[in-house]
Design a protein around this ligand. Sequence first.
Ligand SMILES: Cc1cc2nc3c(=O)[nH]c(=O)nc-3n(C[C@H](O)[C@H](O)[C@H](O)COP(=O)(O)O)c2cc1C
Length: 180
Amino acid sequence: MSYEEHASRDALTVIHDRKSVREFTGAAAVPLDALDAVIRAGMAAPTARNMQPWEFVAVTARETLDRLCEGLPSGKMLAAAGAAIAVCCLPEDAHLQRAEFAVIDATCASENMLLAAEALGLGAVWVAAYPYEERMAHVRSVLHIPDSVIPLNVIPLGFPAGPKPSQDKYHPEKVHRERW
Ligand SMILES: Cc1cc2nc3c(=O)[nH]c(=O)nc-3n(C[C@H](O)[C@H](O)[C@H](O)COP(=O)(O)O)c2cc1C
């Protein structure tokens, strides 16, 4: 699919086309305006009481991507990614200063970012940091994130190595009408 075809899809099509991409060409750098567009989409997400208790660390340096990769056992695709964004939760800024709200809000931001990546023709995947203590410690250490901040995930970004279909996860039996 060409860039124009990617960019012309409507919202529902992008939602259903989104898939986790773990194989990147490894060649082309991710354009900075695309990285910016992904982060802007994250910040457009809803947050409890509109508190926006998140911050983002954008990474493009090869050395930093490789160091992140070393401590994230389920993030080996970082080795071929052109960029990554660590989505971080700030419990002190969240509604009722509750970490749960910070995590929920940053999760909404993350999904917006995954959808934005799909819309831009980039591949992306959620690599878990939270709730694994050792993975959060690793991300904090590599990216100099304060202890009061929860690194929720790292989202590697790159150009997909090849086409990958999305899954159909619609299960009508999981939908209850009027009552369970
Ligand atoms: C909370 C969460 C944690 C995840 N952690 C990882 C991860 O560490 N590594 C990874 O490759 N994928 C991870 N994923 C992606 C899921 O494996 C993926 O969304 C799921 O298999 C469905 O595939 P799809 O995204 O292509 O629809 C995570 C997704 C979520 C929502």
